[in-house]
Design a protein around this ligand. Sequence first.
Ligand SMILES: C[S@@+](CC[C@H](N)C(=O)[O-])C[C@H]1O[C@@H](n2cnc3c(N)ncnc32)[C@H](O)[C@@H]1O
Length: 235
Amino acid sequence: MKENLSPTQLLSLDFYDGYVYKFLQDTAAGGDDRETGLYNYYRGRFDNRRGGLTEQEGALVDYLLSAFPPDTVFVHAGIGAGTVAGAIAAMGRSITGIEGDPLRLKLAARLRQSLSAVWPEVAARYTLVEGYFPEVLAQVPTGAGAVLFFTNFFATLPPARAAQIVASLSAFAHVIVELRTFMTMQETAAERDAMLARLLASGLSDEGPVIAEVAGCYFRRLQPRGNLKTREAAN
Ligand SMILES: C[S@@+](CC[C@H](N)C(=O)[O-])C[C@H]1O[C@@H](n2cnc3c(N)ncnc32)[C@H](O)[C@@H]1O
């Protein structure tokens, strides 16, 4: 038998991909999409057999685990089913997932519970917070050691709400956004440049592109300038 899992930890993202795909298959068989939380985004993923963990998500998990120290607390805003959060927790790291849609949150809670049955330590490492970012900011880890990230975080946002989201990013030590899908869809390079310029103008420093090996996604790592100064002062 291959060693894909230990009693405490997941050892292979390929194993996790299959595990989550089967979880989604069982979920789809268990009721209609409104009840299961699989509607829209996840229905498309599932129908197109894009697996339990997409290539982009797998690369993101690899990146987060290698780029940040073990005591980092990750925060994922808009986790959906929590496929990334579950992988991070099963790999032995701490994460808080925020989800505003109650049915999606239920789906994420079921995946978390299913993972906890295999790796009991997931329950302590993976916290779910119901609500919309940034309203729930006070309920999630912030400050030094807290890394916020977003995947496929697009919606129709009134300008004031988008401004609130951008202003809240400085509460974290680092922020990773995917420029194509952050807040609004930015399909062209000019639109992605404009989104990046907006984030830099809000007081974030550009730490450069990350996960460049996956075609079609444009992850960017940013750091609040206040945090940069603190770190430089400490050196
Ligand atoms: C398109 S899905 C993507 C889910 C997941 N990030 C992924 O990439 O698989 C976007 C999710 O973000 C949630 N969402 C959107 N805006 C949010 C906000 N401000 N706070 C929390 N959740 C939000 C939606 O309810 C939805 O489940």
